[in-house]
Design a protein around this ligand. Sequence first.
Ligand code: GDD
Ligand code: MG
Length: 367
Amino acid sequence: MQAVVLVGGQGTRLRPVTYDIPKSLVPLRNRPFMGYMLDFLRSAGLDGAVLSLGYLPDPIQAYLCDKQDLGGFSVDYAVENQALGTAGGIKNAEKYLDGDTLVVVNGDVLTGMDLARTIEVHRASDALATIVLTSVEDPTAYGLVEVDHEMLVHRFIEKPAADEVTTNLVNAGVYVLEPEVLSMIPPDREVSIEREVFPELQESGRLRAHITSSYWRDIGTPRSYLAASHDVLSGAVGAREGFEYLDVDPSVELGKNVRLLPPVSIAEGCTISALATIGGRSSLGKGSVVGEGAVVEGSILLDGAEVEAGAIVRGSVIGPRARVGNNSIVRGLSVLGAGCVIGEGNVLDQGIRVNPGVVVSPRSLRF
Ligand code: GDD
Ligand code: MG
């Protein structure tokens, strides 16, 4: 059985990180998200995947070309010239599909659910499509799904308004589809599976659901990306084989009296100066630099990021090659784009987003 993985979106809510890195390649514990996705599909016994690409396709293909050992798991690429939406992206992948039952996954979902079991449940039913459901606190950011006690879908409302919320169950972005569903999708135009195809299937009474209570998270916002990173570092989800809470590459240079509080992941070529603290659930990408006495806590530093002496970074994402100046504070879900420079003595907070390459003068921002 094959999967279509939808990875063509622009990752708007994760900007400025996604100006440079497609959402499917953002690292979790220094491994691109796509690695976890492939593990998920392979462990369910699937034979291959077609990646439905649109925005920034090249780095995704380059990542997969580098991967030698996929153990017979095939990977094909369907690249769209213009955004075709979540159903259009599946239709565009049709030429690589074998005409059998297929799995579709949103390419930004990190989950420990039992996909093989969902496939079994689907096969044992008369459904044309089975949607996996998970329960969330606030369904308004998702596709709300109402089901009856036999798991027949009664209503699918994408991004419901607050007064439309009648359940906590939402679309987990994992589907099993019969090939007939592909013929319902008009070719060569933007089509949404959530807004067009699922409501039509629901009306025909052939749309069913399967609830998972396993770990599940959409990594598409700074808050959820950081939370997913924390969860992978703590071992709550992801590969268990060879898992270490203190995941420090042997090439890392550690100064005197550096405090490393696990779980942390520090990739090759990083330099951590004396008296710095790398607090729990942080990950530092290749070649990152942390200056004397600086503190990095619960944060993600992407490759080549620099936190200068005396600076504090908490619960934030620092883009590739971005620099946090001496004694600056970056906290509260701040996100810095690639190569931006935060001059010394600034305070960034409250989810501020600094675009790639922007230079913030010393002591100009304070919350
Ligand atoms: N190929 C292609 N083309 N892929 C696309 C396109 C497109 O035009 N638009 C979006 N995608 C991909 C994204 O890259 C992402 O992996 C996936 O489709 C879902 O898009 P998001 O933009 O992340 O959607 P969402 O998170 O707001 O909502 C979706 O996921 C929720 C679960 O996380 C919906 O399916 C909701 O119903 C669902 O609850
Ligand atoms: Mg999403």
